[in-house]
Design a protein around this ligand. Sequence first.
Ligand code: GDP
Ligand code: IMO
Ligand code: MG
Length: 431
Amino acid sequence: MIPLQEQNTCVIGLQWGDEGKGKIVDFLAERADAVVRYCGGANAGHTVRIGSEKYSTHLLPVGVLRAGKMNVIGNGVVLDPAALFREIDELAARGIAVTPGNLRISYKAHLVMPYHVLEDGAREQSSEGTAIGTTRRGIGPAYADKMMRATALRVADLLHEEKLRQRIARVVTERNKVLRALYDLAPLDWKQVFEQYRDFGRRMGPFVEDTTFLLLQYAREGKRVVFEGAHAALLDVDHGTYPYVTSSNCSGLGVYTGAGVPPQMVQNFQGVVKAYSTRVGGGPFPTEQDNNTGNYIRERGNEYGTTTRRPRRCGWFDAVAARYSADLCGVSAVAVTLLDVLSGLDHVQVCTAYKYRGSHLPYFRADMDILAEVEPVYETLPGWRGNISGCRKFGELPPEAQQYIKRIEQLIGAPINMVSVGPERSAMLIR
Ligand code: GDP
Ligand code: IMO
Ligand code: MG
């Protein structure tokens, strides 16, 4: 039996992504033995700033940036081998080695194939008025195939070359017909796809493992594991703002299936919110500020997508949404990031409730039609000035910034245990 692993933590974004999860995971990884990614794929973009060096990971857990940490890509991830090896090669060029000694990949993870990427892009481009605003990394089509089963490929399939050849020949031939009929796309050459994936398989082989077995072993040894949530609770395919979500259970609820571990292994959920809100892609965003305030936040926060460079939509902190996510994920504490970005504003606003058709909506509804109509009810708090990136104690923050943190803590209903005041690894204060 696996005893309770109270030392393990799962880090979850409580908004629409890009909350600074990468930075928080990197912080927690210092005292951990392993970091596990369990959902999504190369649509994620997690940034860690170490001194003047900036690292962005997409598929790799950010634990690769620290020596001596094991990193695991769990079964719940959809893995694009081209993206994975690109990332590994880019890090190698910067002196960071990712080898089978510090990265293990679940044989059960599904593969993102070239036709998934083509389909994602073509569907987005051709869907008049119904585009999701995806990252076009093939995520939706790859997860759809996973559920479809008959046309899906997993990491394990890369290791059996003759079967891989037969499967790719069948699937690519079938998919070409669909891509042609729906999007008028030129056919893919299945032999080329096979050769490319066969070569990926040869390179990936030494990384492949039964990662559930490995993580259970870690549990028995009392090793400390950080589970790196990607995306965020409001992008969860079941609990987010559907259909403007990603295709995995990227709230905290997906960690068990995605990492392939029992509940005893993940008891502690660390939420992450930024001090305001952002969203990339389509979908309702009640507190959006498509105005000078939004522009101020975007420029100061460098709010441009880590993966696609798209400008992020910016707005005030939405406590209704954050409370929903915090409750859903059962967080025991919340980190607030990017507080420094709000410096210099006369006032800051926080959404404390929604009005819907004249009545008060006290809770979040993950229903597109309702969210598109709600009016945020704001509370106005005093702003603060000056550069706060050097603060390392809560008491060093301007009183108005302290008041802001205390108020959003009250509204979220969970203690705020960390405040990040700059992109750099050390720009953080612990409460
Ligand atoms: P993630 O996807 O949740 O890991 O977040 P991203 O890396 O996509 O986006 C967060 C951005 O904010 C990155 O550029 C980080 O370097 C940066 N960042 C993180 N924390 C802070 C902070 O406290 N202040 C500032 N100014 N930037 C931060
Ligand atoms: P991290 O881990 C922000 C958004 C996309 C789009 C929707 C669906 O860096 O926080 P997809 O390509 O997943 O099918 O796109 O989800 N999205 C993210 N937005 N941060 C992310 O990841 C995201 N991952 C997906 O912009 O609206
Ligand atoms: Mg990101």
